[in-house]
Design a protein around this ligand. Structure first.
Ligand SMILES: Cc1ncc(COP(=O)(O)O)c(C=O)c1O
Length: 412
């Protein structure tokens, strides 16, 4: 019994990271990676945002490597709160909000899951079907029962709002509902404002805890306020105009995508309780957890985000950088759709253009995805999720033709 750990079975590799390793090892000259949730520029390379580059240049001469506070940089946390909630709402929430810097969005999700499992004690956590793969993995470590709610309807290629609302009607008070704030991963399909309002009404009436995962603010549309609409609407409904016995909500915020700081691990967790309550106790508990898990969050990336958001000129440059990324992605969507249609590829490809954010749920099945890899060295996730960032002028026609061939073009 005691030496079982010496002979543990090998866990399956993470699908996305496993595929990336296969891609790296593939010597084919025309290989294309549509795997990673990381932006690539028109040359297919990682892009250091000009705002980030400038912040680094300003920081480097004076940058020390001391520990941050356990809760992270107070300056960054304030800026992160305003970015998420707007400064008016953040001020209105005052002591009802507990925020700490986290090890990026994943760390924020993990911290929230364990905190809520212990203190809110939901009977279930509701996660979208499908969703970012790590939601299930993280919540599985808490022991809380996981329930998938219908999110995507493959026949209509739209949100299954009826199924989603019916599932939420079965929830018990204080159950946790994971909601992606914008640019839903993996489908690229978000709720409309009318649909968000319906979800908020059910969650308010049933006293459910909304846990927003915000990994793409500004990246989705280029508009940081527009991408935060749902979060701010829920705060107004459930907290500012909410009932005193409402359990509250939280936001797991990532700066990986919107700052291109994937490896620096910058993020924050914001826990909001009803306005008449103080979140000070919750904050002290989050700090105690952080101390036990990693002591202090990473410093360098946090300094970059703080420098950019705290400086008017750099912030304006950052907004332009977001525009650059979101516009390039939109152009690649239009171009892929156009080429698929111009090539006479069977099927309706309008969804490639109408979906938003980094990913497209292409509708390709597992067999077609496998053929793309085996025959054409084009890599995407088995679910048919393609990262649109991997497309550029140099490979888009090759990809469009290959997709045409695997969906049956020229075979009938
Ligand atoms: C929906 C969603 N949440 C959270 C994350 C976390 O990313 P990170 O840990 O790099 O901030 C991702 C990354 O792909 C994501 O897609």
């Amino acid at each position: 019994m005691s030496d079982q750990y010496l002979n543990l079975p090998i866990s399956p590799a993470d699908t996305a990271f496993g595929l990336m390793a296969e891609y790296d090892a593939d010597p084919h000259p025309n290989k294309v990676s549509l795997i990673a949730g990381a932006y690539r520029n028109e040359d297919g390379r990682p892009w250091v945002l000009p705002s980030v580059q400038e912040a680094k240049a300003r920081l480097t001469p004076n940058q020390h490597h001391e520990y941050l506070d356990i809760a992270g940089s107070p300056g960054l946390i304030k800026l992160a709160q305003s970015l998420t909630f707007s400064s008016e709402i953040a001020t209105a929430l005052d002591k009802s909000i507990a925020s700490i810097q986290t090890v990026s969005g994943t760390g924020a999700n993990h911290m929230a899951a364990h905190f809520l499992a212990q203190h809110l004690r939901p009977s279930r956590v509701f996660i979208p079907s499908p969703t970012w793969i790590n939601h299930k993995t993280i919540w599985a470590t808490t022991g809380i029962s996981i329930e998938e709610y219908p999110y995507y309807d493959p026949t209509t290629r739209a949100v299954n709002i009826t199924g989603m609302l019916s599932a939420l009607e079965t929830a018990n008070p204080h159950d946790v509902v994971i909601l992606q704030a914008c640019a839903h991963n993996p489908t690229g399909i978000d709720l409309s404002q009318t649909q968000w309002r319906r979800v908020a009404a059910v969650m308010k009436r049933k006293n459910l805890f909304a846990m927003f995962d915000s990994a793409y603010q500004g990246f989705a549309t280029g508009d940081v306020d527009g991408d935060a609409w749902a979060v701010r609407y829920f705060v107004k409904q459930l907290i500012l105009d909410g009932e005193p016995d409402h359990p509250g909500l939280c936001v797991a915020q990532s700066f990986s995508k919107n700052f291109g700081l994937y490896g620096e691990r910058v993020g924050a967790l914001h826990l909001v309780v009803p306005r008449h309550l103080s979140a000070e106790g919750a904050r002290s508990e989050l700090i105690a957890r952080a101390r036990a898990e990693y002591s202090n969050p990473p410093h360098f990336g946090a300094s970059i985000v703080e420098t950019v958001l705290g400086d008017e000129g750099l912030r304006a440059q950052w907004l332009r950088d977001l525009e650059t990324m979101s516009v390039r992605i939109k152009e690649m969507r239009q171009e892929l759709r156009k080429r698929l249609e111009d090539n006479g590829t069977p099927g309706d490809w309008s969804h490639i253009e109408s979906q938003i954010g980094m990913f497209s749920y292409t509708g390709l099945d597992r067999e077609q995805v496998a053929r793309l890899k085996e025959e054409f060295h084009i890599y995407l996730l088995p679910s048919g999720r393609a990262s649109i960032c991997g497309l550029n002028e140099g490979n888009i026609e090759y990809v469009a033709r290959a997709v045409g061939l695997v969906v049956g073009l020229g075979h009938d």
